[in-house]
Design a protein around this ligand. Structure first.
Ligand code: F6P
Length: 381
């Protein structure tokens, strides 16, 4: 009789709606359909390194489809640079030996871009790794979608809908900061769906005078309020230029001293960027003479019950994952492709960011309904 396959599962990176739906899908099909055994590791890769487990059986997997967050807990710890007793340590060998100790035939890692990179390292260290793409940012390469995005999109859109009331009643500019890390999918999608007047995304560095002009134009036509949907990673043309110069300096550094100086410069720019949304709102107030307010949506976008679309995607990818484990396909991410789920080698995913392409139809549609994208190329209707 063939040995029963034993699989480990963990969730890493930021929590996201749909994680529990995916754990349930992997788990129920692995246990019930394929007769495998399942063990959960707590708090991401840290749980694998510290051998902290959660028993996953039919009863633990019941009732979690609609629950936000992750029953396994999560962390941003990386296997090769984990803080242990105040020191950064490479825990790869410890992780490999823990997996061997438990006789794991597969290690399932649910996460975003960082998780895909860590998973590739573990695969290169010899572990049978398989991943699922999770993140509200939708920025994982080689997959049509990531679970978590649709829920966050709905939440951010509803927030923009609600912000309209106050912006309209008080004749204000309301700047809504939307997550997305270095990509603009969430801000662009929610901005379009919520009818934001200005949408700023990292892929299109903005010119503040072009934004002020668009807002003043609205006032001239009798609309004394504006909603600005700004991605947390959105950046002005000047700041983007400063980043480019610092990056170039780092790339061309001839010695350690030069490299460190360029690195410090980059870090200073990052720190400055943290207050960007507030500065943007203040600046727009000065330029337009309209009162401005900021709403930072933050973790509200990641919390609560997943949307139907995310539950469906997580279930589709999770069940496909169990099937791939059964067929012993490892070193891959289970990607969403149209209606199907396909394995993609981790090498093609790790370290690659899926940003909004400049020719993307969402951008053209936004421009055609008169949305200012901050680059002065508005259709002026
Ligand atoms: O990746 C999801 C995300 O919410 C990003 O949109 C955001 O930049 C980041 O996580 C926030 O990280 P943390 O959870 O560490 O605050």
């Amino acid at each position: 009789m063939a040995k029963q396959q034993r699989i480990g599962i963990l969730t890493a990176g930021g929590d996201s709606p749909g994680l529990n739906a995916a754990i349930r899908a992997v788990g129920k099909s692995a246990l019930g359909y394929y007769g495998m055994e399942l063990v959960g590791f707590r708090d991401g890769f840290r749980g694998l390194a510290e051998d902290r487990r959660l028993r996953l059986d039919k009863s633990t997997l019941a009732g979690i489809l609609t629950v936000g967050g992750t029953i396994l807990g999560t962390s941003r710890d990386k296997p090769h640079r984990m803080e242990i007793d105040g020191r950064k340590r490479d825990m790869t060998r410890v992780i490999v030996s823990n997996c061997e100790k438990h006789g794991l035939d597969a290690v399932v890692c649910l996460g975003g871009g960082g998780t895909q990179k860590s998973a590739l390292r573990l695969a290169q260290a010899g572990l049978p790794v398989i991943t699922l793409p999770k993140t509200i940012d939708n920025d994982v390469a080689m997959t049509d979608a990531t679970f978590g995005f649709d829920t966050a999109l709905g939440i951010a859109t509803e927030a923009i809908d609600r912000l309209h009331s106050t912006a309209h009643s008080h004749h204000r500019i309301v700047v809504a900061e939307i997550m997305g890390h270095r990509s603009g999918w969430l801000a662009l999608g929610a901005g379009i769906a919520g009818g934001a007047d200005v949408i700023l995304i990292p892929e299109i560095p903005y010119d503040i005078s072009a934004i002020a002009q668009a807002i003043r134009r609205r006032s001239k036509h009798g609309t004394n309020f504006s909603i600005v949907a700004v991605a947390e990673g959105a950046i002005s043309k000047q700041d983007a230029h400063a980043f480019e110069i610092a990056l170039e300096r780092k790339a061309k550094a001839r010695d350690k001293v030069q490299r460190q100086a360029a690195q410090l410069e980059l870090e200073a720019l990052e720190v400055k960027h943290r207050g960007n949304t507030l500065r943007l709102a203040n600046h727009l107030e000065e330029l337009t003479h309209l009162e401005s307010r900021v709403t930072i949506l933050g973790y509200v976008q990641r919390g609560g019950t997943p949307s139907a679309a995310d539950r469906l995607l997580a279930t589709r990818l999770g069940t496909a994952c169990a099937d791939l484990i059964h067929r012993k396909v490892f070193g891959v991410m289970v990607a969403a492709r149209g209606d199907s789920a396909e394995p993609v080698p981790l090498e093609e995913v790790a370290g690659k960011l899926k940003t909004v392409p400049l020719g993307h139809p969402w951008l053209e549609s936004a421009r055609r309904v008169g949305t200012c994208l901050g680059d002065g190329e508005d259709s002026q209707n």
